[in-house]
Design a protein around this ligand. Structure first.
Ligand SMILES: [Zn+2]
Length: 230
């Protein structure tokens, strides 16, 4: 393996794997080499080294980091907001038209912008979840947000729904399709035809393009706020 890039390779010993596999995660930018539990490491690394070209191709597809710095723009729901940092004493982050204005120490910008985005995401997602739940005639016991790498939403049998806060960085039609999907799981805990029909009914349109959008652009959402100083 390209030794200069060993730092982004995770080597995982797998109890039931029969052979080595190499994968690359565009959301994290990390490569993962799965090695069977008792296999020798040296040949596994040599095998992975043979995949260097493939790995280079994957790295070339990595989304650009979008750090939260003054002047940076962030797509939020269906708007594009510019981080406007002003001189003066620290005060709350405020949305003013297409400006996200804040004051205070520069090094606090990334943390405070992310906190604002998380609050905005939770507000929107909770409201839309309530709207779809009423339409479906179901209850949702709790709406929460997190930052999972592989899922945009999940619905527990307890009735709690969790979303990725990063859905607020996606277009509204993509976010709403994800909400309709999770709320429909309150009726069908599977992905059968009746489930898909209900998602389309709740949403009022075919959710397929929204799923496709997330497959294509989802990784880039994980690079928003990355590379922020401090
Ligand atoms: Zn599902």
């Amino acid at each position: 393996m390209d030794t200069g890039r060993m730092d982004d390779l995770d080597i995982v010993r797998h109890p039931t794997a029969r052979r080595c596999t190499l994968s690359f995660d565009l959301a994290s930018g990390r490569a993962r080499l799965v090695v069977p539990k008792r296999a020798a490491l040296k040949p596994a690394l040599a095998w992975a080294a043979g995949k260097a070209d493939w790995l280079a191709e994957q790295r070339a597809r990595l989304p650009a980091p979008c750090p939260f710095v003054p002047g940076a723009t962030i797509a939020v729901a269906d708007a594009v907001l510019t981080i406007a940092h002003e001189a003066g004493a620290r005060r709350a982050v405020l949305r003013d038209g297409d400006r996200l204005s804040l004051a205070g120490p520069v090094e606090t910008i990334p943390r405070r912008v992310e906190a604002w985005l998380r609050r905005t995401a939770l507000d929107l997602l909770a409201r839309e979840t309530a709207e779809f739940a009423a339409k479906a005639g179901v209850t949702v016991s709790q709406v929460a947000i997190g930052d999972p790498r592989r899922r945009w939403g999940s619905c527990a049998s307890s009735g709690a729904i969790r979303y990725s806060w990063r859905l607020v960085l996606a277009p509204g039609w993509v976010r709403r399709a994800t909400v309709a999907h999770e709320v429909a799981h309150r009726v069908h805990m599977n992905h059968g035809p009746a489930f898909h029909a209900l998602v389309a009914t709740l949403l009022g349109e075919d959710p397929t393009p929204a799923r496709a959008w997330l497959r294509e652009h989802g990784a880039a959402l994980h690079w928003v706020g990355r590379g922020s100083p401090g």
